[in-house]
Design a protein around this ligand. Structure first.
Ligand SMILES: [Zn+2]
Ligand SMILES: [Zn+2]
Ligand SMILES: [Zn+2]
Ligand SMILES: [Zn+2]
Ligand SMILES: [Zn+2]
Ligand SMILES: [Zn+2]
Ligand SMILES: [Zn+2]
Length: 284
């Protein structure tokens, strides 16, 4: 006999775990009376019909409506206008059956009650199955098992926060390489490859004032020396080019002297003209 407590038209809220795509794998073959005669699988949301008293899945009954005629016939005995109601005792029995974790193929060896399965594998359940696949919460789009997530977030996630070991600035790991290109405290070699070794980038401008490989002007540039020399070569350059520098200096001096002479002549001409002008004014 079916008691009124056992059947209901309301949903079984806590007693029916939500049914997800993959069917559960039962540890032992479930008893025949818990198998749906339509889909031949363990009853999903067991209902009982009032025509033939069959226990069938709710979803199997739902699909028994003829889409063309809208007539609902019992999928087992073909009776029209039959009714079906939730049958709680079977759901309770199924809930107690032992199943393998759905993540068995990923490595989970847990065996649990059917009613606990969905909660066990739920992504949102922080204490749930270690073999549930999750997306990295830091937004790097990596998918990995719950058991590997902590290590990923600490060691591998490109979005994890790290500190630049040179300047102590905090940033995402994926930005670190770009940061190094501009980090003021980053160790760099002198771009002129001098033997002074490594500097922090900020000190480079200061170093250039003493770098032996920096190109400097010869003090005799004004006199016409256009040799390209480095700071380290300067003393040697001055010593070995003394005659040349003196020659250039003399040439420049002669040129200046000539220019000065012609300026002087011009100046004297102007002065003479000025004197004549003054005398003419006085005579008036
Ligand atoms: Zn079924
Ligand atoms: Zn029937
Ligand atoms: Zn598991
Ligand atoms: Zn990540
Ligand atoms: Zn830095
Ligand atoms: Zn240098
Ligand atoms: Zn020179």
């Amino acid at each position: 006999m079916i008691s009124s407590d056992d059947v209901s038209e309301e949903e079984l809220e806590n007693e029916t775990p939500s049914i997800s795509e993959a069917p559960a794998e039962f540890v032992e073959n479930p008893p025949d009376d818990l198998i749906c005669q339509i889909c031949c699988y363990v009853l999903r949301e067991p209902h009982v019909t009032d025509c033939c008293g069959q226990h069938l899945c709710k979803s199997c009954l739902d699909s028994s409506v003829n889409l063309f005629t809208s007539i609902k016939a019992c999928p087992y005995c073909r009776e029209n206008n039959f009714k079906h109601l939730i049958y709680k005792p079977y759901q309770r029995k199924i809930n107690e059956l032992m199943v393998y974790c759905k993540n068995k193929s990923q490595g989970c060896s847990d065996i649990l009650k059917f009613k606990d399965l969905e909660q066990h594998v739920a992504k949102a359940n922080k204490a749930g199955c270690l073999y549930t696949t999750l997306e990295c919460p830091s937004g790097c789009y990596t998918e990995l098992l719950r058991k590997d997530m902590d290590e990923h977030l600490k060691e591998a996630c490109p979005n994890r926060y790290v500190t630049c070991e040179h300047c102590d600035e905090e940033m995402m790991w994926r930005d670190l390489e770009d940061h190094y290109d501009g980090c003021g405290k980053y160790p760099v070699l002198c771009p002129r490859s001098c033997a002074d070794g490594m500097f922090i980038r900020e000190q480079l401008a200061e170093h250039e004032k003493q770098c032996p490989n920096m190109v400097v002007e010869c003090p005799f540039q004004e006199a016409g020396c256009s040799d390209e020399i480095t700071r380290a070569q300067l003393t040697n350059h001055l010593e070995s080019n003394m005659a040349d520098h003196l020659g250039k200096l003399m040439t420049a001096y002669s040129q200046l002297k000539c220019e000065f002479q012609s300026l002087k002549i011009n100046y004297e001409k102007i002065q003479t003209m000025e004197n004549i002008f003054h005398l003419m004014l006085k005579k008036k």
